[in-house]
Structures are given as structure tokens and as C-alpha cells.
Ligand binder design. Sequence first.
Ligand SMILES: [Zn+2]
Length: 404
Amino acid sequence: MTLRLYWQDAYQRTFEARVLQRLTHKGYPAVVLDQTAFYPTAGGQPHDTGKLNGVEVIEVLEHGDDIVHVTSAPIEDEVVHGALNWARRFDHMQQHSGQHVLSQAFVRVAGLDTVAVHIGKEVCTIDLPTAQLAPETVARAEAEANAVVWEDRPIRAFIVDEAEIARFPLRRPPKVRGAVRIVEVQEYDWSACGGTHVRSTAQIGAIKIVRAEKRGKETRVTFICGQRAFADYVQLHHNVAQIMERLSAPRYQVAEAVQRALGSAQRMRKALQEARVRLAAYEAEALLAQAVPFNGGRCVVHVFEDRDPEEVRLIARAVCAQQPTVALLGVAGEQGQLIFARAEALPHVDAAALLRQALAALFPQGGVKGGGSAVFAQSSGFAVDRDRLRAVLNALAARLSMPL
Ligand SMILES: [Zn+2]
């Protein structure tokens, strides 16, 4: 049996102990000690880490009345000096005490009992038995919980005989029979709990709810306390400060400023697209003036340099909208591309087939993909030199002029 020092004093960071038993857990060495300050995974609170005689404690488990310390290397000594990773433990204490206060706040504000608790690595959650948790209820519970934090109420734990339990208004009935350990937030909350807690609510620092999401018939409330809440505030403040500066927005009007910026960007995209369509029509006219006739149609061949393919697509469509025309357009440069189109009135010309022929001429080894329909086809991107691309497109146009 291991004496649990963390129940006597949650602030004890170091201790001496005797090794009672050596075993292995999932291939790692482990020891049972006569006493320990290491908290095991239990009651929703994660285990502590730290060192025993300089050897890393990687996991701590409850096994009946024993506490098993899993270590990164075997411990040969009979007596060990234990030292907790205090930052991790204190963080768990802040989260766990904050959870008790927040759970009680939901009871008082909305009559909602906590049905499940999880203290995670980054965030903590409590599950509440309702599918409809109004944002105002969340805000009221959060405000109430933080008021309790600022009241600096003492938190203490004590053991109570089974017969005495009824004297305490426990938030949840104990899961075990017999004597029960009660954690009390003075004149506020009483819970049957084996966890480690801060000594007064002020040490919780702050309680921030970050999300409330419906999960079937329940709502999962995600929150962070103490150092985690502060670190989150620092990060968010940094982000918001950057947005404020870039949008020249006042502190509490960032959301409206972002909305305005998004609206303006959307209007500009629309105006730009309209301008591109108009420009494409003009460019199509110029290209059509140089079109080469063939079998009842006309063929436009042109190579653009480093041009946005979206604009070339618009030009191809504009060219083929106006006449019984075939457009064999290419973009030369690092991000080259082929964009072929043909007018509806030329059913015997297949744009996709022409594209395949052009790609075969440009890349006999293959490697560049392309496809589309008989009316419109395009390739993926590739690097190509202007003269070479023009030669291939001209050869293709010449073949179009041959008798069928
Ligand atoms: Zn608890």
C-alpha cells in the first residue's frame, strides 16, 4: 500500500520513499513505493511526471491501494528521492479546481449537473445533460465562476465517514462506498474527489469557456483555466493586435473591420472579373483579325507570355463565341499551359484530341497531363519556351487546313 502524500499536501513537490516492489508495465520498468507525491491517472485528472533518483517517471497508475511509477530506466536503489514536474502538476491543479467551480456555477445558473469531466493536455471539458445550452447561459455561468475565483475562497479536502456524508450537499454522489474524500470550495461546492487542488480559488487565476458544442442529448463545454487561459489570452491578443494594425481597426471592432474588408475584396473580385471579360472580348477581336481560314472555319493561334491562364481561358471562350472558330492558345514561360477551344458550329473539330496531339509533339516522353471536351480542353502547367510552343501550335493549325 502506498501512502498518498498528495492527499495530505497537494503542494509537496519532493519526497523520500522506500521501494516496496519492482515490476514491469508494457515493457517498461516500474516501482511501487511506500509513499509518493506522484498523482496517478484518476478521476479525470492526468498523472504527474517527474524524476525518481534522476530517472524519468513517464506514467503513474493506480493499482488497488498501490501506486505504480513507470520509469524510463530501471531503479536499483532501495531508497529514492522523488521530484515532481511541478509546472505540469500545478497546471492540473488549476484546471481541476476550476472545473469544480465551473460545474457548480452551471448548477446554480441553469440547474445543470456535470455528467462527465476530462482534463486534457490543452483543454478541459465538462459534459452537461442538455442539447440546448444558450450562449447567455454559458456567459452567465462563466461570469459566476470567475466571480468565485476573485472571492479567493479557501479550497480544502477532508475525509468523511459514510454515515456523515449526508451532512454535505454533494454535487454528485460518491462512486465508492465507505469513507469519502470531499473537496470543498468554501460555502460554494462540495464534491467527492480524489484529485489535487489549489489552496484557494484565487490560484485558479481565471476560467475561460472557449466552446460549447452539442453532442447528441448533451452539450460539451470546453474551457481553460489559470496559466492556460493566460497563454491563450497572450496568443489571441498578439493575433488581434496584428489584425487591428493591418485594418486600422479599433480594439473591439475588429470583427466588423474584417467583415468590411471581406466585402470589399469580394466586390473587387467581381469588378475584376467583369473587367477581364470585357478585356478578353477586345483581345479576341484583335486575334480574330489574324485568324487563318480552313474548311469553313477559322483558326486563331496565339502564344502569350507569362499570362494568367484564367485570362487566356476567357479569351479562348470569347474567340469561339463570335465565329465558327478554333482557338489554339498557349502560355509560354515557367508556368506554361495549353488552352484549346472551338465554336459550337464546328462539330468535326475535337479540342481534346488536338490538345493530345500538341502535348505528344511537345513532350514525346509524356509527363504533362491534359484533358477536357470536344469544345474546350486544357493542359496542366509546364515550362516551355515561346518559339517552340508557337512552332507546335502552327504545325497543328496547318494540319487543320488539310482536307478531311
Ligand atoms: Zn474533482
